[in-house]
Design a protein around this ligand. Sequence first.
Ligand code: PCA
Length: 192
Amino acid sequence: MKALVTGFDAFGGDAINPSCVAVQSLPARIGTLEVVTAVLPTSFRRATTTLRALMRREQPDIVLCVGLAADRAAISIERVAVNLDDARLPDNDGACPRDKPVVRGGPAAYFSSLPVRKIVTRLTAENIPCELSMSAGAFVCNHVFYALMHLAAQREQRLHAGFVHVPALSALSREQMVRALTLVLDSTRRMK
Ligand code: PCA
């Protein structure tokens, strides 16, 4: 089994993006699961084309996208992606879509196909601050999450796919983030 795990590059004037730091520190294997990592550009246009190309190349069984939510203090296990782009700041290409669908004519929302409740229980048991989240926002992260679930819905084989937001490194250490993502992947691989 293979997992594709992505982080995002820095945006909004920051020098680094903790999602990228955490993803790139993941082990290459978790049990029998092979872990392939990549960085997506924080760009509405390029992030989804990059993700699609990675999925075509890697043919993963699990896709976990990870982004930064700097205003949160815990790991957010995202439950739902909405069909809305409504940027609060320009992306890395200067694009700032408002009130636009991610996919014209697409369903209003998709649910994560990760075992979200089980994940929160497991992280909590290890004292990692985490919560189920009802919104991944309406910026590039939600855009990628929605595009990912839209792709998954069109595939014939089952794909476990979802999104996790990490907080700033001042709220949670890199080691804790890596442990959290490892537990997310381990819980998901055990679903199979
Ligand atoms: N966080 C942003 C986009 C990239 C990232 O890491 C978001 O929450 O939409």
